[in-house]
Design a protein around this ligand. Structure first.
Ligand code: SIN
Ligand code: FE2
Length: 217
């Protein structure tokens, strides 16, 4: 892979940074698709607007969320689940844009996971102060497929932990266009996002958008 260092200030020589066995950070991997991704994101959020869901404990999540693809990740007082319908509208989630699907597949392949076909893309929106506490992604039916996570907009510090919640997480700075892939032995690692610092991105304003691609069903 060749990198344009003007466009990718955070890139190291190869653009690939191993985080753990089965986990890699692909610096600026999504930059080349930026305009297609942002246009598609606008279509998705017009059809299924961001909303703050409730946790099973009754708290309002500070991260605003929506989904596209066959299944969407949702939470409410009854628990966490994947649902083929948007509970706000009663309609299926918007279909997964081709640009999303292609990027997720390319990133997975680059990280060593062949033939990744996500059926779910969770779209998270963070604003200043928004955080996501340490958790495992384990609502999916099987854990063979990796997770592909795309960062857009304002930079954030990603927490990449171990197999146990108490394992001290690595602090991984993520910028616009960075992609993290974890699967195989890393599939169930704890992860989260530190409170977002106030900042501005020329294309996305004061927010960070994260796309999480998963095979849910
Ligand atoms: C997630 O774990 O669902 C999202 C992680 C991120 O926003 O980077
Ligand atoms: Fe997660």
């Amino acid at each position: 892979m060749t990198l344009n260092l003007f466009e990718c200030p955070s890139a190291v020589a190869t653009g690939q940074e191993p985080l753990a066995p089965g986990a890699v950070l692909l610096r600026c991997f999504a930059l080349a698709d930026e305009s297609a991704l942002l246009a598609a994101l606008g279509d998705v959020t017009a059809a299924a607007p961001f909303r703050h869901m409730a946790t099973p404990g009754g708290f309002r999540m500070s991260v605003a969320m929506t989904n596209c693809g066959q299944f969407g990740w949702v939470t409410d007082r009854t628990g966490y689940r994947y649902d083929a319908l948007d509970p706000e509208s009663g309609r299926p989630w918007p279909r997964m844009p081709d640009s999303f699907l292609r990027l997720a597949g390319r990133a997975a392949t680059e990280a060593g996971f062949r033939q990744f076909e996500p059926d779910s893309c969770l779209v998270n929106r963070y604003e200043a102060g928004t955080r996501l506490s340490l958790h495992q992604d384990k609502n999916e039916r099987d854990f063979d497929a990796p997770i592909v996570s795309v960062s857009l907009g304002v930079p954030a510090v990603f927490l990449f932990g171990g197999a146990a919640r108490a394992d001290r997480p690595a602090k991984v700075p993520l910028a616009h266009g960075d992609v993290v892939v974890w699967g195989g032995p890393a599939r169930l690692r704890y992860h989260g996002v530190m409170p977002l610092k106030k900042s501005h991105h020329p294309l996305l304003g004061n927010q960070r958008i994260n796309l999480t691609f998963r095979k849910a069903g």
